[in-house]
Design a protein around this ligand. Structure first.
Ligand SMILES: [Zn+2]
Length: 200
């Protein structure tokens, strides 16, 4: 795919990515410059990802970078997110994945820090949409180790919890990945509140 085609694709994709990022920010799933989102480029030419150090709640088109599978920048001015390996390894592991979202969603992360499993069987919506949510053992953010271990956990559902870090969801498009992240965080919140009301 030529650079000009990828530039046109970036322009066309931006409004939807901006809409989703804004929604997640207003849901409290992004704070400061944390989190990142990506979509697969047409003809599997690489990925379009948010750049490093930008606030996803105020995403602009210049905050998107297209990179090939070796991490080379095809177009865009910033550096890709430090979690680029995480995104790349998930796309490599699952050819049906067209979009990925990574956040430090607070209820999901808090539940994990408290050592409470996100048991989807307790909530019909979560079980239907997320199936099972494996926990990826801790590895430092941005490392290839984290990316490789995360990719190995794929296969049970569209969401993963990253131990002491956050969550990642993936789907055929960005709206699906968003629905999974929202469902994950909403479920974690319900389970956390139920534990507060009735500590076990
Ligand atoms: Zn992170």
């Amino acid at each position: 795919m030529s650079k000009s085609h990828i530039e046109s694709f970036t322009k066309a994709s931006f409004p939807e990515l901006q809409r989703i990022c804004k929604a997640m920010y207003h849901k409290g799933m992004f704070a400061g410059t944390d989190g990142n989102v990506s979509i697969r480029l047409p003809q599997n030419s690489g990925i379009l990802v948010t750049s490093s150090g930008v606030h996803k709640g105020f995403l602009e088109e210049k905050h998107l970078v297209a990179v090939d599978w070796h991490g080379n920048i095809i177009c865009g001015s910033g550096d890709p997110t430090s979690e680029l390996p995480l995104h790349q390894e998930i796309y490599r592991a699952d050819e049906n994945t067209g979009a990925i979202i990574h956040t430090h969603a607070p209820w999901t992360t808090a539940l994990n820090l408290a050592g409470i499993m996100l048991d989807t069987e307790k909530l019909v919506e979560a079980e239907t949409l997320l199936k099972q949510v494996p926990v990826v053992p801790y590895h430092p953010p941005g490392t290839l180790e984290l990316a490789k271990v995360t990719a190995k956990k794929i296969g049970k559902g569209p969401a993963l919890i990253l131990e002491r870090h956050g969550a990642v969801t993936f789907g055929e498009n960005i709206e699906k990945a968003f629905c999974y992240m929202e469902c994950l965080e909403h479920s974690a919140k319900i389970i956390a509140i139920s534990r507060m009301l009735n500590p076990q």
